[in-house]
Design a protein around this ligand. Structure first.
Ligand SMILES: [Zn+2]
Length: 90
């Protein structure tokens, strides 16, 4: 993974945002580079999830997309990452 450090991650679901289309949108229609379009649209979060709910959702997705990662590993990874994200880091 080159440029991993420079990559933008959604500050809500930790998804890597690899292209402009994935950025969320502000109320005025401009791009919001902190959040992805699945989490943040038209200036609002698309769902009112708790950090645990979002984390579990992402763990499911991760093990589905990456069969080489087991659930315990994914959980450990997410538990490390999520509390640092802007949306949950309060
Ligand atoms: Zn997101």
């Amino acid at each position: 993974m080159d440029n991993f450090e420079n990559m933008d991650f959604c500050q809500s679901c930790a998804m890597p945002m690899t292209s402009e289309e994935i950025y969320g949108t502000n109320a005025d229609g401009s791009k919001n580079k902190d959040y992805c379009i699945y989490c943040f649209k038209d200036g609002e979060f698309t769902s009112d999830m708790s950090m645990e709910e979002m984390m579990n959702f992402c763990i499911e997705k991760m093990v589905e997309l990456h069969p080489e990662i087991d659930r315990a590993e994914a959980t450990a990874m997410m538990s490390e990452t999520f509390p640092k994200l802007k949306r949950w880091n309060k």
